[in-house]
Structure formats: C-alpha cells, structure tokens
Design a protein around this ligand. Structure first.
Ligand SMILES: C[S@@+](CC[C@H](N)C(=O)[O-])C[C@H]1O[C@@H](n2cnc3c(N)ncnc32)[C@H](O)[C@@H]1O
Ligand code: SF4
Length: 245
C-alpha cells in the first residue's frame, strides 16, 4: 500500500489500524439490529443503452431477465430480513441503478414487500434516465409511494451530451411532463468538469433545471474510472476548483 493511501486512511479513520479484509462467501449477514435507523438501497441494474463513462453495475434491459431479477430480489429481501420480527424503522429507501424506472411496473410490489419488515419514515427515491420521464411512468412511481425522483440530465447542452454519447433533451416536453405529477423532491444530476466546460455552462444548466421543474440539483465532477471505456479525460484539479469558484 502506498504512503499516500496509508496517510489518507489514517487521516480519514483517525486510527493507525490498517484495514482488514475478511473473506466473504456470500452468506455473511448484515447485523441490522445493531444499526440505528439505516437507509435502504435497492439496485436495479437495467439500462436501455449503456454509457461508456458509467462505472455502475448495469446490463442491457431484457424483459425475461428483468422479471427473474425482481423475483430474486424479493427472495433476497426475505433472506436478509429473516430475523426482523417487528418492522424496523429505516430513514429512507432509494432505488438506484442502472435505470430503476424501467421497473416502474413492479416497484410498488417491491416496496410492499420491504414494508413487511421495514417502516420507512423519510420517503422513497428513484433514479430516472431522461428517456423514462413520461407521465405514465411518473404516475406509476407516485402510485407506488415514491416521494423523490432524481433525473440523470448530465447537461442540457448538446455539445456536452455529444461528448457523453447521450441524446438531446426536449426541455419544454420535460417541463410539461414534470408538471403533471407532484413529488416532494425533483432532483436533476449534472456532470461537470467535462472538457471545455466553463462555469457559465454549469450555471446555465442549473438555471434550466429549476426552470424545468426541479427543486434540487446534484453536481458530480466527471471521473474517468479506469475500468470504463470512455475516451474523455478528467480536468486538472485546479481547473475543477476554478469552475466551482
Ligand atoms: C445511475 S446514474 C443515473 C440514472 C440514469 N441511469 C441515467 O443515466 O440518467 C447516476 C448518476 O451518476 C453520475 N455519473 C455517472 N457516471 C459518472 C462519471 N463517470 N463521473 C461522474 N458522475 C457520473 C451521473 O450524473 C448519473 O446521473
Ligand atoms: S449512466 Fe445511467 S443509463 Fe448510462 S449506463 Fe450508467 S446507469 Fe445506465
């Protein structure tokens, strides 16, 4: 382990103890009773297109694989929660991906299954790809009990979407669709520090997000994960910092 990694570990953990890695045969149980008000995260790994910059666990959507995954997920919830006798209080439930809105038809079923074991006190969130922002999907999410949606916009500007290999977003259509169904939080994700991006580009994107119906934004610096196939290179740290001034 390098000196820098060791020093960072000591700084972050405030401890001289090295990390220890224990073998996991897949049967290790999370001691849920020991965690006060945890948050639940459910991963839905399906996407219609796979983006070359994306580090998350994902596969192409296939209807048969998708139904088998949701069935297996319910079994997994039973296994993980087997020792819970009275519903355990959890802060929130978040469906990430992948593009979990592709499972809109069965999210209600998964939520009801989780509610046998957990009492969710602070809302339910779902990530959406812009292609999934349509009235039918939003109404299904709302009916399932979703209170927060988070849309992966990345940028509203064609130039930066082209760099990421993503399609242009019809802002007026998105605004119309978002006004059709009410959620406590409508968040939009942006990737910043793309090649050639300036602070004014980011400001314009954030302004458009609020004009379009968002009441929250999340901004992620572009990371070139070494295991992805993106040809894009990260901006230097001082340039990134300058963008946020
Ligand atoms: C699972 S994805 C979002 C949901 C949906 N699948 C989509 O693409 O719109 C979560 C977010 O991670 C961010 N992200 C993905 N790859 C990234 C990267 N290489 N660097 C920085 N942020 C990234 C994007 O903002 C993306 O919206
Ligand atoms: S960015 Fe979103 S749509 Fe693209 S591969 Fe990742 S999870 Fe799928």
């Amino acid at each position: 382990m390098s000196m820098i990694t060791t020093a960072t570990r000591m700084y972050l953990t405030r401890s001289f103890k090295p990390f220890t890695f224990t073998p996991d045969d897949g049967r290790r149980k999370i001691d849920l009773a020991a965690v006060e008000k945890p948050g639940l995260y459910v991963h839905i790994p399906f996407c219609r297109t796979l983006c070359n910059f994306c580090p998350y666990c994902k596969v192409f959507y296939d209807s048969d694989l998708y139904s088998r995954y949701i069935d297996a997920l319910k079994t997994e919830i039973d296994l993980v929660s087997a020792e819970i006798s009275i519903p355990k209080e959890v802060s929130s439930l978040y469906f990430g991906g992948g593009s979990p809105a592709l499972a809109a038809d069965r999210l209600g079923e998964i939520i009801r299954h989780l509610q046998k074991y957990y009492r969710i006190t602070e809302g339910i969130g779902v990530e959406l790809h812009p292609q999934d922002v349509n009235t039918d999907t939003l109404q299904k999410l709302k009916a399932a009990g979703v209170t927060r949606i988070s849309i992966g916009i990345q940028s509203f500007q064609k130039h930066f979407l082209d760099l990421l290999g993503r399609s242009v977003i019809d802002i007026q259509e998105m605004k119309k669709v978002l006004s059709s169904t009410e959620f406590e939080t409508i968040s939009m994700d942006f990737i910043f520090a793309l090649p050639g991006q300036k602070a004014t580009d980011l400001k314009l994107d954030i302004q458009r997000a609020f004009d379009c119906g968002a009441n929250h934004t999340a901004i992620y610096p572009f990371i070139d994960f070494s295991f992805t196939s993106t040809p894009l290179k990260e901006m230097r740290k001082n340039e990134k910092r300058h963008l946020l001034d």
